[in-house]
Write a protein that binds this ligand. Sequence first.
Ligand code: SF4
Length: 126
Amino acid sequence: MSTPPITQNATAETTIEAEAEPRSYGGYAGKVRRFALTVFRPVETRRLLSLREGECDRCGRCCRIGYVCPMLQEMEDGSSRCRAYGVRPPNCRKFPITARDLEDVEGRCSFSFRAEPALAATGGGR
Ligand code: SF4
């Protein structure tokens, strides 16, 4: 028995992917959740961030959640800058806080997250 060949049209896929890039992303609920986390639960926020891996590639997608932030400066090389970088709010500064936040940019973020350690290994989580 033979496996049918997988055929791909890289050019067509690349075009479709480029067209699928939204100007802004949904996710107001995530904004509210991150705001509450960073303001009211800073210790938990730091713990969650300790599970984060990777570095920001400055794609600017998190600056387009819900609306395009007026502080977003899109560069000719495709990267992004924040015009208010030094004074940006905590929920911008700390994005993404959990793997769930990646859904707000359709998974298109260079950060990833390690799995939560088992509660038993951390003394029951408290
Ligand atoms: S979406 Fe992720 S990689 Fe892109 S700018 Fe935001 S934090 Fe950085």
